[in-house]
Design a binder for this molecule. Structure first.
Ligand code: AMP
Ligand code: GLY
Length: 428
């Protein structure tokens, strides 16, 4: 079967590498892709938000499966677009419907869903510009720190955590006053959860699910988790503190009720679901749902998946995940992200990249890379490349990954040297 994968990041490169391994995959296309996916399959220049253009490509290239990487096309209804047209009846589309994608597209929708299905999450209330005064009064009833979230998609920038009541009230006024545009026309205020974060993933057909490997990502730019938030500076899978007993609680208290909720509410969801969790003293709480895989979690999760991914996705699209088994490599994967100096603020593009030398059990995934007019590999984004290594232990995986990272060069390259260090400290 011919497969079209939408997206252009490291997540998509990691997915593409896994899809391409399958004997079931004939031709793999990635739209728009990056310089790495161009080697795994064929990149196609299409605007993935232009569904008519995607449809024309699907039609002309006899695509049998459409896999959607990022959230934006899902929240905009790409799955409904294809499922509602008889011409595409045979096309297997991986992702939730537009309504189900509201689990990521609207924080308020997600919170209400969790409340209806008894899923543990921080207590919350939602406010609009006309209820600003109530919102500010509500803040007075809470204890610091205060968590304010723009309701809609805000590219990871819509969450503010304020330690001061005055600042929290001012931020609420700013958000409802249009600071985040339409995404902030409603603001969720919620209780602060004190704990340690991790990312749990499942593939669901809306009735059944299979658990994917869990991962931990590193969001801040600076070592010791300091500085600005980024799209992710590295990841590790499995997560040492998420032992069997903890993951069973996650499954029983969160994954099962979520899938039951999808079924009861007749939400069409055939794709990945990402549970952003807080482990509070051994009890898991949902911070957020995402309706896609994580990035850079994918870069440590997919290298551990041993099962045929095309086969799994096919079962998912057909609602037959009850018969699926996911085999996972028991080794540890560590992924270190290399970014352009200055990221996540101003940074340069177009620097020539020297890819260094390959190493065993190590994979290099491209994020923001491109080929220049002369066919040379250059930086084309903030997050540029990441190296994932597999090994029997976390220290070995980190060592291999860092060795690979150090062999790569371009002007302005930056990476955190402390990926996984917090986990190592916890383990001793
Ligand atoms: P979100 O976009 O909902 O994932 O929030 C972004 C980040 O803010 C999360 O990754 C957490 O680190 C933090 N965060 C969100 N909600 C809470 C909460 N209720 N308590 C503590 N931290 C939170
Ligand atoms: N790594 C967090 C995310 O993909 O949203």
């Amino acid at each position: 079967m011919n497969i079209l994968l939408l997206g252009s990041g490291g997540r998509e490169h990691a997915m593409a590498a896994k899809l391409a391994q399958s004997p079931r995959c004939s031709k793999l296309f990635i739209a728009p892709g990056n310089a790495g996916t161009a080697k795994t399959g064929v990149n196609v220049k299409i605007d993935i938000m232009d569904f008519d253009a995607v449809a024309a490509f699907v039609r002309d290239n006899k695509i049998g499966m459409l896999v959607v990487g990022p959230e934006a096309p899902l929240v905009a209804g790409i799955v409904d677009y294809f499922r509602s047209r008889s011409e595409f009846k045979g096309l297997l589309t991986i992702g939730p419907s537009q309504v189900a994608a509201q689990l990521e597209g609207s924080k308020d929708f997600a919170k209400e869903f969790m409340q209806r299905h008894g899923i543990p999450t921080a207590a919350h209330r939602t406010f609009t510009p006309s209820t600003l005064a109530e919102g500010q009064a509500f803040l007075e009833t809470l204890r610091a720190p205060y968590v304010l979230k723009a309701d809609g998609l805000a590219a990871g920038k819509g969450v503010l955590i304020e330690s001061d009541l005055g600042a929290a009230k001012a931020s609420l006024a700013e958000m409802l006053g249009g600071k985040f545009g339409e995404a902030g026309s409603r603001v969720v205020i919620e209780e602060y959860l004190d704990g340690i974060e991790l990312s749990v993933f499942a593939l669901t057909d809306g009735h059944h699910y299979v658990m994917m490997p869990a991962a931990k990502d590193y969001k801040r730019i600076g070592e010791g988790d300091t500085g600005l938030n980024t799209g992710g500076m590295g990841s590790v899978s499995p997560v040492p503190f998420a032992d069997k007993a903890f993951l069973k609680r996650v499954e029983d208290r969160i994954v099962k009720p979520t899938v039951r909720g999808l079924r009861e509410e007749k939400l069409d969801y055939r794709g990945y679901i990402f549970f952003g969790l807080m482990n509070c003293g051994g009890d898991p709480y949902v911070i957020e749902y995402n309706v896609r895989m994580g990035d850079p979690e994918s870069e440590s999760v997919f290298p551990r998946v041993k099962s045929d991914l095309v086969d799994l996705l096919e079962r998912c699209a057909h609602g037959m995940l009850d018969r699926a088994i996911l085999t996972v490599d028991q080794r540890t994967a560590a992924c270190v992200m290399m970014v352009a100096g200055g990221y996540p603020e101003r940074y340069a593009k177009g620097a020539l990249i020297d890819l260094g030398t390959d190493a065993p059990d190590t994979q290099l995934f491209h994020c923001g890379t491109a080929l220049d007019d002369e066919g040379r590999l250059v930086t084309a984004g903030g997050r540029v490349l990441c190296a994932t290594a597999l090994a029997d232990t976390l220290p070995e995986a980190l060592l291999k990954s860092y060795n690979r990272v150090e062999s790569i060069g371009w002007e302005g390259k930056y990476y955190r040297r402390d990926i996984g260090q917090d986990l190592l400290k916890m383990m001793v």
